[in-house]
Structures are given as C-alpha cells and as structure tokens.
Design a protein around this ligand. Structure first.
Ligand SMILES: NC(=O)c1ccc[n+]([C@@H]2O[C@H](COP(=O)([O-])OP(=O)(O)OC[C@H]3O[C@@H](n4cnc5c(N)ncnc54)[C@H](OP(=O)(O)O)[C@@H]3O)[C@@H](O)[C@H]2O)c1
Length: 294
C-alpha cells in the first residue's frame, strides 16, 4: 500500500515526457515484478455493448485478461461481459471512463498497470454516431465537437498514453508483442452527407492509425486499423429497417448485415500475431463494400 502511494506520488511528479522516461523507469522497476500478470492483457474501450463487447469476449477466449472500458461500469452490458469473460477463464477489470476526458487517461492507464502490470493489446473501439442526423449544411458545432472529442481526440490521446507504457514494457517483458488496434469505419472513406461529423472523425482516426503505425514500427509495436461496414448493433438500431431493404437490394455485395463477431474474429487474428509483418494495414470487414463496381 505504502509502496503504491510512493509510486503514485512520483508518477504525479513526473510529466509524461520521453526525456524523463529513464527516471520513471527507475521508480517502476521496484514494483513491476510484484504485480506482473502472467497472462497477456487486453484493454478494450467501448466494451459494454456491440462490437467492443464481442471483441473483449473474443480476446478472453484467446487467453487475454480483460480491462473493459465504458462510461459506466454499472450496466447490464458490463455484467453480461463480466460473466462471459469469466466463462472463458479470464480475469475481468471493469473501468468507467468517458474516453473524451483526456485528463482522466493517465489515471486509468495507471490503474490498469497497477492491477495487471502490463498491456499487450489496446483496442480503441469506443465511438458514437451523431445524436441527430442532419445535412452537412445544417451540421452544428456542438455535434461536430462531440464527435471529434469522443471518436478522434479521445482515442488518439489514449493510444498515445498506452503506447508510451508499451515502449517501457517492451524492455521488461520477454516475448512481449504489443499491438494497438483502431476501430474506424467505412465512413472514413465513404461520404454520408447527413452525418459528416462522423465521417470526418473516422477519416481522422484512420490517419492517426497510420501515423502511429509509422512511428511505432521501429519500436516493435504493431498498429492496425479495422474498418467495419454496416454492423448490427445499438448504433444502427434506428436505421435498421432502411438498411434491411438497402442490403437486400445489393448495397452490401454479400447481402447481409455484419455482426459484431465478424469484427471480433478479425481483431483476434491480429492479437494472435497472424499479421505480424503487416503493421499499418487497414482491414476492411464490410461484406464487399470496398469493391468498386461499374
Ligand atoms: N455499428 C456499425 O455499423 C459500425 C460501423 C462502423 C464502425 N463502427 C464503430 O465501431 C465502434 C463500436 O460501435 P458499436 O456499433 O458497437 O456501437 P454501440 O453498440 O453503440 O457501442 C458503443 C460502445 O462505446 C461506448 N461508449 C460510447 N461513448 C463513449 C465514451 N464517450 N467513452 C467511453 N465509451 C463510450 C458505449 O458504452 P457506454 O454507452 O456504456 O459508455 C458502448 O460500449 C464505434 O467506434 C463505431 O463508430 C460501428
């Protein structure tokens, strides 16, 4: 307990600067061996529902202990997830965080490291659609800012914090193969004039994934973008009837909705190391929306 307080004190004292990393390491060295998890650890944001929950369950089945992030830990979704993770024989650590609160990130990452001592994969999945769809010419600044903060700024700075810790962990864990995954959307490249702020946020996140893949490639941290198509979740429930029809009419070449599990399988494959020579790759899981047709 005292040791943790001393560590926290020094963490607070030291800004997150690479220049000060050696000093930070000096203090950390004394604690890491006492709480280093044997199993690899996955941090999944937006884990309480939909795609994020499937990803967390998939990674638990792959042998990862799970740190699951959503705005609230006290939800039916988190309860279901905790049971599924336990069934897979993995440990579950629920964390309440609004990803747009960048000043909260440091404490959350510290809490995960205190609990597990390591982060092997970060899946930046949390994201929202606009509260109301409106034409780009009517788009409000309020909606734009909300989307940018949750879908872009939050995930970028959270990934930055985790990546810095991964750099250090890399030197201290044998056969440590850290991975960062960004869940973007086909909307990173396909326009929707009635939810421009969503498209813009996902296009930005796609570039963030590329930039981090570039920067971290020499450090042995692999970064991937997973780009879902139209997936059946709470996010798409309001437009279900419209898209049922469009999908049957051929909008999606494979003529079906994507399921959260389709995305979870792709992330599990990245976590397993099946794509170890492919950092920076975009994996589009969209039933063929990526096919350019005449
Ligand atoms: N569904 C699709 O068709 C589709 C297509 C392409 C891309 N995507 C992307 O896939 C990701 C997951 O989407 P989904 O369809 O699974 O959505 P969803 O069912 O609405 O789930 C969203 C998740 O994000 C969490 N979340 C929302 N706002 C948050 C915040 N400010 N801070 C932390 N967590 C937050 C939610 O948890 P709480 O509400 O409990 O906080 C929930 O766990 C999103 O990034 C989305 O843009 C979805």
């Amino acid at each position: 307990m005292v040791a943790r307080r001393v560590k926290r004190y020094f963490q607070w004292l030291l800004p997150d600067s690479c220049k000060l990393l050696p000093l930070k390491r000096f203090f950390w060295k004394r604690h890491i061996p006492f709480f280093m998890n044997d199993k690899p650890v996955a941090v999944v944001t937006g884990a309480s529902r939909g795609i994020g929950r499937s990803i967390a369950i998939g990674l638990a089945s792959e042998g990862y202990d799970i740190a699951a992030i959503a705005r609230s830990t006290d939800s039916e979704g988190m309860e279901i997830l905790s049971k599924e993770v336990a069934q897979a024989g993995s440990h579950f650590f629920p964390i309440g965080l609004d990803i747009s609160c960048t000043t909260c990130h440091k404490e959350v990452v510290s809490n995960i490291l205190e609990r597990y001592g390591r982060i092997d994969i970060l899946v930046n999945n949390a994201g929202v659609a606009p509260l109301q769809r409106s034409d780009v010419l009517e788009m409000s600044e309020e909606s734009y800012d909300r989307l940018m903060n949750i879908n872009l700024k939050g995930p970028v700075f959270f990934a930055q914090k985790v990546a810095r810790e991964m750099l250090w962990l890399k030197e201290h864990i044998e056969s440590y193969k850290p991975v960062i995954v960004f869940i973007t959307s086909v909307s990173a490249v396909l326009t929707s004039t009635n939810r421009a702020e969503y498209c813009i946020s996902k296009a930005g996140l796609s570039m963030a994934s590329s930039v981090l893949a570039d920067r971290l490639s020499c450090e042995g941290i692999l970064v991937y973008e997973v780009r879902p198509g139209i997936i059946e979740t709470d996010m798409t429930v309001r437009i279900k009837d419209k898209y049922d029809k469009l999908i049957q009419e051929g909008l999606v070449p494979q003529k079906r909705w994507g399921m959260p599990d389709d995305i979870a399988k792709a992330v599990a494959s990245l976590a397993r190391g099946d794509w170890a020579f492919s950092t920076g790759t975009i994996f589009e899981i969209s039933g063929g929306l990526n096919i350019h047709k005449l």
